[in-house]
Design a protein around this ligand. Structure first.
Ligand SMILES: C[S@@+](CC[C@H](N)C(=O)[O-])C[C@H]1O[C@@H](n2cnc3c(N)ncnc32)[C@H](O)[C@@H]1O
Length: 200
C-alpha cells in the first residue's frame, strides 16, 4: 500500500519541489517533498480557506495551524500577522522539517513548529485555529479536530476549516453547530465548503 501523507516518518525517496504561494500582496517560496500532502501545488481547498481567512477580524491572541504540512497556511498567516505568535503542528516529521525550512527561507520568525497528534501537545488558547483536516486519517480524527477546538479557543476565537461536500462537509457542519452553537459557510468553492464557528 502507498505510504499515507500522515505517516509519522515517511520513508519515500526525497523529491524536492519548489513552489510559490501568492495571496493578496503576500508571497511565500516553499519547498515540498514526497511523503507530504499536496507536494506539487498548494491544495485548492487550502487556497480557498486562506482567501476567506485573510478577510476575517480576529480577537487578539495566537493562531494555530493544525495539520500544517509544509506550512502554506500557517506561514502565510505569519506574514499577514507579524505581530502575532503562531503555532504550526503536525504528526508528519518530514512535513514539520519542511515547515521549519520554509519559515527560515521566508525569514519568518513568529512561528513555533512542533509535533502534536491533534491537540495532544497544544496547551494554549487561540484567537484562530485553521485546519485543512486530514480526511484520510479518518472521521474520528477529523471530528476530534473540530470538536476539541472549543477547548483551545479564546472567547471570541474562531475555527475555520475546509472540507469537500463529498468528504463530509455537511456532517462536519452539523458537529460544529452542535459544539459551538453556530457554524457559517464562509464560501462554497468548486465543492469545497469553508466552515467557520466562533466560540461565544
Ligand atoms: C489535508 S493535509 C493539509 C496540510 C497543509 N495544511 C496544507 O494546507 O497543505 C492534513 C495534514 O494533517 C496532518 N495530520 C494527520 N493526522 C494528524 C493528527 N492526528 N494530528 C495532527 N496532524 C495530523 C497530515 O500529516 C497533513 O499534513
Amino acid at each position: 500500500m502507498a505510504e499515507q501523507y500522515f505517516a509519522q516518518e515517511p520513508h519515500a525517496e526525497h523529491d524536492i519541489h519548489e513552489i510559490e504561494f501568492n495571496l493578496a500582496d503576500l508571497n511565500l517560496h516553499l519547498k515540498t517533498d514526497a511523503g507530504v500532502f499536496s507536494k506539487s501545488r498548494i491544495d485548492y481547498g487550502s487556497v480557498a480557506l486562506m482567501k476567506q481567512v485573510m478577510e476575517l477580524d480576529l480577537v487578539p491572541g495566537k493562531i494555530l495551524d493544525l495539520g500544517t504540512g509544509y506550512g502554506p497556511m500557517g506561514l502565510m498567516l505569519a506574514k499577514k500577522y507579524p505581530e502575532r505568535a503562531l503555532d504550526l503542528v503536525d504528526v508528519n516529521e518530514r512535513a514539520l522539517e519542511l515547515a521549519r525550512t520554509n519559515a527560515e527561507f521566508n525569514a519568518i520568525t513568529n512561528v513555533n513548529i512542533f509535533t502534536s497528534d491533534i491537540y495532544e501537545t497544544v496547551t494554549e488558547r487561540y484567537a484562530l485555529i485553521v485546519t485543512n483536516p486530514p480526511i484520510r486519517a479518518g472521521k474520528k480524527v477529523v471530528n476530534q479536530i473540530h470538536e476539541q477546538a472549543l477547548d483551545h479557543l479564546l472567547s471570541g476565537g474562531q475555527i475555520v476549516t475546509v472540507l469537500q461536500k463529498k468528504q463530509g462537509a455537511p456532517s462536519a457542519r452539523k458537529l460544529l453547530t452542535a459544539t459551538f452553537g453556530n457554524c457559517d459557510i464562509l464560501a462554497r468553492d468548486k465543492g469545497y465548503y469553508i466552515l467557520r464557528s466562533v466560540k461565544q
